[in-house]
Design a protein around this ligand. Structure first.
Ligand code: HEC
Ligand code: HEC
Length: 408
């Protein structure tokens, strides 16, 4: 019986490894597709292949494919919250390769902002884990934002967006930055005018949205669809952790495995909220993190849900590529992962300002983790890094403005 089980395990591992190898093959092919040798925006063409991690179907739609497809998404029942073999929730998919690639250009193009100076990538830079390395985001005319810029890796799986969960879709979310005076400072009228004034964009949109007349003007909903399409292509599911989870035991070393076991233990309880494989259960939780010095308490999800019991509640963030996105928390208060992790062992409610009576989540308590255990947790969190599907940054944009990001 034991032997049969072993053979079965071996078989699974080999299948997984083959799958992984074929994934990385697609990657290198795709990368070639993405290399741009153009210097003139008139030469820009849209990729007709799906990004890595997606497969083209007969309707010219990209459908997500990954190793987690073999597990059913069953809201963790019977698998334990730290379960290695749990499935992923449904992803937004079905965009065409052309829409995804057009979204890539839009994402990096400062022409989308009021004065041509800020793009989505200014605050969500692929070279900084799709964040910006700052505690609080900085927008147009150096306006300071109230919260830190979250990563966009795996954002296509999320049901609600923003730290306070106030947006229900990617399309709804992006209206925030596009038209906020503190971020990209644009207006619908101006964005419409700008894009329709750029010949290359008119051609590219006509190709990405072939169901309308070629000479019709670009519609704003097409802009939102394309950017959302690009965002859903940012997949990170092939980290050392994922290889371990699919049966390749050597992918993690001894310290990292110790860290994983602390992470999913009933003492630390991290996995109750940062549930694999996304490392978020997508719920809002009040955990009582501190603000930047001198700033008032951020009411967070209390406003979204008009519910005082959610005061200072925030969406549980993913921990994928967490190594790349310091500083941490909605406030950017913690400069290192070690500091962020240590927060959890300093005592329930220790950072809550006087006079506030927050409904702190019952999984936040006093696990009394030792320094060594905190170090192991950090070791483990670093195994969640995978940027192999990082998209190419366009060398030339349809607007012919310059991107501030470099391919590296
Ligand atoms: C000036 C910096 C800045 C710019 C520009 C910007 N963002 Fe953001 N982004 C942020 C910050 C800060 C947040 C968190 C705000 C909050 O939760 O209240 C955020 C949140 C998000 C989220 C939610 C992620 C999550 O996990 O909930 C998405 C998606 C996103 N931005 C996409 C975009 C797109 C697309 C653009 C371009 C249209 C863009 N952002 C432009 C700073 C920026
Ligand atoms: C009750 C749910 C809950 C539990 C349990 C929990 N977290 Fe969190 N975690 C959150 C929430 C909510 C945030 C965002 C809080 C904020 O921004 O103020 C967060 C943020 C983080 C961040 C920063 C993420 C970022 O992008 O800035 C790290 C790192 C982290 N948690 C690690 C851990 C570890 C390690 C444990 C176990 C010791 C743990 N968490 C336990 C809910 C939880």
């Amino acid at each position: 019986m034991r032997k049969i089980k072993n053979i079965y395990q071996l078989l699974l591992v080999s299948i997984s490894l083959i799958l992984m190898a074929s994934c990385s093959n697609t990657k290198s092919n795709e990368e070639k597709e993405y290399v741009e040798v153009k210097n003139n925006s008139n030469d820009i063409t849209l990729n007709s292949n799906c990004p890595p991690g997606f497969q083209l179907n007969e309707n010219n739609e990209c459908v997500a494919r990954n190793l987690y497809d073999q597990y059913v998404y069953d809201t963790y029942e019977n698998r334990g919250v730290g379960g290695l073999k749990s499935g992923l929730p449904k992803i937004r998919e079905g965009f065409s390769p052309q829409q995804i690639d057009l979204g890539r250009y839009l994402f990096f193009d400062p022409a989308l902002s009021g004065d041509g100076s800020v793009s989505c990538a200014s605050c969500h830079d692929p070279n900084q884990g799709f964040s910006d390395g700052k505690a609080l985001g900085t927008g147009i005319h150096n306006a300071k934002m109230k919260r830190s810029s979250p990563t966009l890796w795996n954002v296509g799986y999320l049901k609600s967006l923003f730290w306070d969960a106030r947006a229900g879709s990617l399309e709804q979310q992006m209206l925030g930055p596009l038209y906020s005076e503190e971020e990209m400072g644009n207006t619908e009228e101006q964005l419409f005018e700008t894009l329709n004034g750029i010949e290359t964009y008119r051609e590219l949109f006509a190709k990405a949205f072939p169901n309308r007349d070629y000479n019709d003007s670009i519609q704003l909903h097409e802009v939102y669809t394309s950017i959302a399409a690009f965002e859903t292509s940012l997949i990170s599911l092939n980290s050392k952790y994922d290889q371990y989870a699919h049966g390749y035991h050597e992918a993690l070393n001894e310290n990292e495995i110790k860290g994983l076991n602390i992470f999913r233990s009933f003492v630390a309880r991290c996995a109750e909220c940062h549930t694999p494989p996304l490392f978020t259960n997508q719920q809002v939780a009040v955990i009582g993190t501190p603000e930047q010095d001198g700033l008032p308490l951020d009411p967070g999800a209390e406003i979204t849900f008009n519910d005082p019991s959610r005061r200072a509640g925030f969406k549980v963030p993913t921990l994928r590529n967490i190594e790349k996105t310091a500083p941490y928390m909605h406030s950017g208060k913690f400069k290192t992962l070690r500091e962020a992790v240590e927060f959890y062992t300093k005592g329930r409610g220790h950072a809550v300002p006087e006079g506030e009576d927050l409904f702190i989540h019952w999984h936040i308590w006093e696990p009394n983790l030792t320094d060594t255990e905190l170090d192991r947790l950090v070791d483990f969190l670093k195994t969640l890094t995978d940027e192999s599907f990082k998209p190419r940054i366009p060398k030339v944009l349809p607007s012919e403005l310059k991107t501030k990001q470099n391919n590296s």
